[in-house]
Design a binder for this molecule. Structure first.
Ligand code: ZN
Length: 233
């Protein structure tokens, strides 16, 4: 299945609405407590989502100008910025996550066809084009909406987004040896590798499993256990 730019832009908008809506329902005090991601509070997560928008604006600048503008100057800078930003007052973080999302929208809205096609590089060093930016953002806002709030689960994410997310992560988990069978979509995914394990579940369960999140919505062939996967992203 291939996703279009329109799909990615739609998912980016839907994911942003979901994340910001979920965030409004989380009280300030709770944001200082650990979120679903190891070592991070809710404030770290919100800081990261804001900084991610800024990093993707760098890629939008790269696409627009053709001048190499990396997401982050180094992995250390990325992590230091998250730590520093997470110390800001909650009210400031709440404003910032909205403002940066709006600014990213604006920077993408101005891209021409040839700029969308401009070669750029992700922080993992993948060679992509400007087309990848809204897809990268939709992954961040959708999956982190789940990480942020118990009120949002993978089951709340759109089915076509989930299938595209599984496509994406399956390609990156080459060598794991998995056959993924969706029980609620007419889809299956084969990830090469030995030995081969079958994993059955809803698209939401499979996406949670593949992205390295806790889930009880998948099972092996015959209802058995599934192999544990390492972290993704
Ligand atoms: Zn992230």
């Amino acid at each position: 299945m291939t996703r279009s730019r329109a799909d990615s832009l739609r998912w980016m908008a839907e994911g942003t609405t979901l994340l910001l809506g979920a965030l409004q329902a989380v009280p300030d005090a709770q944001l200082s407590e650990p979120c679903a991601l190891p070592g991070w509070s809710g404030k770290h997560l919100i800081a990261h989502v804001s900084l991610n928008a800024e990093a993707l604006m760098n890629l939008a600048t790269w696409a627009r100008t053709g001048v190499e503008t990396p997401m982050y100057s180094s992995p250390t800078q990325r992590d230091d910025d998250i730590e520093r930003t997470a110390k800001l007052p909650v009210a400031e973080l709440r404003d910032r996550v909205v403002e940066t999302a709006v600014a990213l929208d604006a920077s993408l809205a101005g891209l021409t066809e040839s700029q969308w096609a401009q070669p750029i590089r992700t922080r993992q060093g993948r060679e992509v084009t400007g087309e990848e930016i809204p897809w990268m953002r939709s992954r961040e806002v959708m999956v982190h909406a789940v990480d942020l709030a118990a009120s949002v689960g993978f089951g709340d994410l759109p089915g076509d987004f989930l299938a595209s997310l599984i496509d994406d992560i399956a390609a990156k988990r080459d060598g794991e040896g998995l056959v993924l069978v969706a029980t609620d979509q007419d889809r299956r995914w084969t990830i090469p590798g030995e030995p081969v394990n079958e994993v059955h579940g809803t698209a939401a369960g499979l996406a949670a499993y593949l992205s390295g999140r806790e889930t009880s919505d998948v099972a092996g062939a015959g209802g058995g256990l599934v192999p544990r996967l390492g972290p993704w992203l």
